[in-house]
Structures are given as C-alpha cells and as structure tokens.
Design a binder for this molecule. Structure first.
Ligand code: FMN
Length: 327
C-alpha cells in the first residue's frame, strides 16, 4: 500500500504473523526512480521476509524492464498493480484502468512474466464499474500467461473505497481459475477473515487497512483459523514495545524530518485501534485504554503528538503516556 507498507511496517507485519507483505507500488517509469520517494520505496536484498515488489505502469516493455531491475536488486516476487483507482494513475492507463483493456493486460503480463525468472503475481479489482465486472476474464488472461497468483479486491474501480467489498465476484473468479486466488477487502477481524476465506474458497486472504495501527491482527487471524479460538488482546507492555519499536524504526529508516511526519500517521492509527482494543481487553486494562484513547482523550493525545517535531519528543511522549497507563 502506497505510503503505508514501507520497509519498517512490512517487517513488523511479518514478525507478527503476515505470510507476505508486498512493497509500496513503484512506478515502472525509470525517470522517477532517482527521486528520494522512489529510492525509499526500492527493496533491498538484505530485507527480511519474502521480498515482493509491486510495479505500476501501462507500457509492457517499461514494466518488463522495471521487473528486471527490481529482480536484480533482490525482489523475489514481482507484483503488477491493476487495482489502483487514483485518477492520476488511471489517466496514464495504469492501475485499474487496465481492466478495461484486456488485450493490453495480456501483453503486459506476457512481457513481465518473460522478463524475469521469479514468480509474477497480479493485483486487480473486480472490474472497472458495476456494468463491467470482468474480473473472470482478466483472471483467465492472467492464468494463461503465467501469473503465479492473483489478488482480488472485492470492489470495482468506480467504487473506490466506498460501500462494502463484495465477495461474490471473488468466489466466481476462484471457481474459474486454478491459480491461487487471494481475497481482499474489508477484512478487519478474525471472524471476517474466516468468513471471507470460506465464502470465496480463496487460497489466502489479504489484509490492508485492518492492519493499520493493529499489526498483530495477522497472528490473531492465524491463531483463529488454526484453532477456532481467539487469542487474548496484546498486553499493555507488548503494545508499548510494538509501538515504540515501530516509531523508532520509522525514525531510523526515514531520518529525523520525514520520520517524525510518517510516525504521526501511524500513531494516529494506533490511537484509533487502542480505543477499539479497550473493548477487547480485560476490564481493568480495557478501561485504561478507553479512558486514554477513545473520544476526546484520543483526539487530545493525537493533537499533542502531531505538534511534536523531534524524534526524541515523540519517543518521550509515547513512553510517558505508557508509563502513566501502566501505573
Ligand atoms: C492509502 C492506500 C494506499 C493503497 N496503496 C495500494 C498500492 O500501492 N497497491 C495496491 O495493490 N493496493 C493499494 N491499496 C489497496 C489495498 O491494498 C487494498 O486492496 C484495499 O485497501 C482493500 O483492502 P482493505 O479493506 O483490507 O484495506 C491501497 C489502499 C489504501 C487505503
């Protein structure tokens, strides 16, 4: 996810149970690879976990070249983005706009698959709009041209992120092809994970926004799927250690200026999830979380945190906050 699944967050999610965390989308246009933003998004061969790099673009040759460069730099999987609904991406006939051009999808998939010796996966939406849900057609093209696995977000491009994801089309796609299908969209709880897996018959599920501020969701889902029982919510001490570790990693990865700014959005997501966590924890611990992070208290903490402009102030404020919670 662009702006979210950077290296620190991917590593954290994998440590907490995600089987695979795909990089932020990188453009296939080599002209932008030298920008600071792109350099930070590039994957490196020393990174832990399975290194999957997502590329976005519209030109088959350019995408094939981008795939080769990323494979040479240590990618173990190349993922092609045909799901992004952003106008500035679609206007260049990239992301989900490609779903309207099956012939071009075929060309792109062929070129990218032929350009590298590593698996190539594809991420799509169910179609461009309600009247053209052609996910099955695209899935068959993907399968026939060597795509190793297909992730499907249960919305059309015109849905953007509105309404609820639907799983009927994902189920139909799963029935139509034999390559692994990964179901995605609105999975934010262990029960929903089990439901989507069972309903679609998919081989795996993909969690996006549900992991923001709650990276432990992966181990919770794994545990529930294996045992049918729910893991207890993480303890206050564990949450403290995850959050402080994550913010420290962001500071180190991005440097002081950018690190402080990127940390703000993650901390904001943690505050949101802590407010919800309050309901899941035992009475005493739950009340502590609710008191400090729900409603106006959460807003006040977020405002304070967003006003901090140094790495040390951010870390000290978080430490102090947790010290108060623990005592
Ligand atoms: C801010 C944001 C950035 C995203 N960036 C990407 C991206 O770069 N590549 C991609 O395949 N999907 C991207 N997505 C879509 C998610 O991967 C996912 O398909 C979508 O959010 C639905 O799943 P969820 O309900 O679990 O979040 C992004 C979503 C959001 C909200």
């Amino acid at each position: 996810m662009a702006g979210i699944t950077d290296q620190p967050f991917r590593e954290l999610c994998c440590r907490l149970g995600a089987g695979l965390a795909v990089s932020e989308m990188v453009s296939s246009n080599p002209k932008v690879w030298n920008t600071e933003k792109s350099k930070l998004r590039m994957i490196h061969s020393e990174e832990a976990g399975i290194r999957s790099v997502q590329i976005a673009g519209s030109c088959a040759d350019e995408l094939a070249f981008a795939a080769q460069v990323n494979a040479d730099n240590g990618a173990q999987i190349i993922d092609i983005n045909m799901g992004c609904p952003a106008k500035k991406v679609n206007k260049k006939l990239a992301g989900s706009a490609l779903l309207r051009e099956p012939a071009q999808v075929e060309q792109i998939v062929k070129s990218v698959v032929n350009s590298v010796n590593i698996p190539v996966t594809l991420k799509i939406r169910t179609g461009w709009c309600e009247n053209s849900r052609n996910g099955i057609e695209i899935a068959k093209i993907a399968q026939d041209n060597g795509i190793a696995s297909l992730a499907v977000h249960g919305r059309t491009r015109n849905d953007f992120y509105k309404g609820n994801a639907e799983y009927e089309t994902i189920r139909a796609i799963k029935q139509a092809v034999s390559i692994p299908v990964v179901a995605n969209g609105d999975i934010t709880s262990v029960e929903k994970a089990e439901y989507v897996l069972n309903y679609t018959g998919a081989d795996a599920i993909m969690v996006g926004r549900g992991a923001q501020g709650r990276p432990w969701i992966f181990r919770e889902i794994n545990h529930f799927l294996k045992t049918g029982t729910k893991l207890p919510a993480p303890s206050l001490n564990e949450v403290r250690s995850i959050l402080l570790g994550h913010v420290t990693d962001l500071h180190q990865f991005y440097g002081d200026y950018l690190g402080v700014r990127i940390a703000r959005k993650h901390v904001s997501w943690y505050i949101h999830s802590f407010a919800l966590l309050g309901n899941e924890l035992g009475k005493e611990q739950g009340e502590i979380f609710t008191q400090h992070f729900a409603g106006d208290q959460g807003k006040a903490f977020r405002a304070t945190f967003n006003g901090l402009s140094s790495t040390s102030d951010q870390l000290e404020t978080l430490e102090l906050c947790f010290d108060q919670l623990v005592h």
